[in-house]
Design a binder for this molecule. Structure first.
Ligand SMILES: [Zn+2]
Length: 115
């Protein structure tokens, strides 16, 4: 038997937005609680809570949300998708991103007083 999560109209949380067509962060609002709805913080649409929804990991949902936002920014900035782009040197991109990642690790260690 799978675990179920109880979603309350009086608490903040991720849920599907009928306007955004994806899971977004929702916040409670006085006047909506009685009708078991919360407000999408992205588009201000009120959405009804679905009880006994399959439990989702909020950490995973946060990362999915970031991937989606990052994708939208990238599409606006470059006018293409990763799916459509078959010309970039992805191996080189990967190496450079990992090199940056190592630098960020060192910087964070320095900030935390490490060596
Ligand atoms: Zn929305």
């Amino acid at each position: 038997m799978s675990k179920k999560s109880v979603y309350k109209a009086t608490e903040q949380g991720w849920q599907y937005c009928s306007y955004c067509k994806q899971d977004t962060w929702h916040t409670p609002k006085l006047g909506l609680v009685a009708s078991n709805k919360r407000l999408c913080t992205r588009c201000n649409t009120s959405n009804e809570l679905k009880q006994n929804k399959e439990m989702k990991d909020p950490v995973v949902q946060q990362v999915i949300h970031k991937f989606q936002n990052r994708s939208e920014v990238g599409i606006k900035k470059y006018g293409t998708t990763l799916h459509e782009n078959n010309t970039d040197d992805f191996l080189n991109h990967l190496q450079e991103e990992l090199m940056d990642a190592i630098l960020y690790i060192q910087k964070l260690k320095n900030l935390n007083g490490g060596l």
